[in-house]
Design a protein around this ligand. Sequence first.
Ligand SMILES: C[S@@+](CC[C@H](N)C(=O)[O-])C[C@H]1O[C@@H](n2cnc3c(N)ncnc32)[C@H](O)[C@@H]1O
Length: 264
Amino acid sequence: MLYENPRGYDHIHDSFAEDIPFWIEVSRRAIADVPGGTVWELGCGSGRVTVPVALAGIPVVGVDAQPEMIDAAGKRAAAAGLDVGNPCFHVGSMEALPEVATQRQTPEGTPVAAAIIPLHSLSHLLEPAAVGACLQGIFRLLAPGGVLALAVHLPDLETLQRDPAALFPLDLGPGILAHEQSRYDAVTQILHCRWWWEVDGEPEEGGPHLHQFDLRMFFPRELETLLTCAGFVVEERWGWYDRTPLTSARGTQIVVARRPLGRP
Ligand SMILES: C[S@@+](CC[C@H](N)C(=O)[O-])C[C@H]1O[C@@H](n2cnc3c(N)ncnc32)[C@H](O)[C@@H]1O
């Protein structure tokens, strides 16, 4: 599993940094709205986003279900010269945020200004109950006026209807040769994926490596409805991190929603 191998994960994800200014800007606005607030990154992985957010001077807590990823995130923070204390990291599931908050002994007086979920991590919650528990947990975790910002794939029918036996080239950044195969279940809305990748010209890296994972697809109106039912107000929807509008032409949907002031 790729998430047990942070080095492999970083190999195929560290070249992607286009989203980082967006997460910093969303976090900065949120802590301005909620004085003394912190930002939680859910599914923080090896700290690709958490560490730059902390380097921007924003207090941030990274939560991930995979201990190996949390270990790598701590090492990334130390290598960046960050003090112990910001960022903080915690092994835990985004489905079980009340327990995570209790384990962290988050004091009542430390408001959470934002929860950010970059790079499709929410799509790892495959069952409707898990998504519901996660959104309700975030709502309760956030201070009134706090923000939830997340990025997931925009389901694209051409990709979902691909021949499950066929291999397609995959762009994982410079120097990486990669292919993918996928099978979509239209009832569960789960895309079952297999990626094969190897580092071009570096046989000592071994490979090709296989990464198998499942992603729950969220259709745009469905995501809006899920957020609204959990109590959020959807304020922004984007198709890319430079705030390109969300249209059918883009493969990503980015949503910024708020826990309204005054709603229990
Ligand atoms: C695509 S990676 C994103 C990592 C990081 N946010 C980034 O942008 O590079 C997805 C991460 O979600 C984590 N994850 C999957 N299910 C989770 C859950 N239920 N709770 C917390 N983290 C989870 C995985 O361990 C993995 O590190």
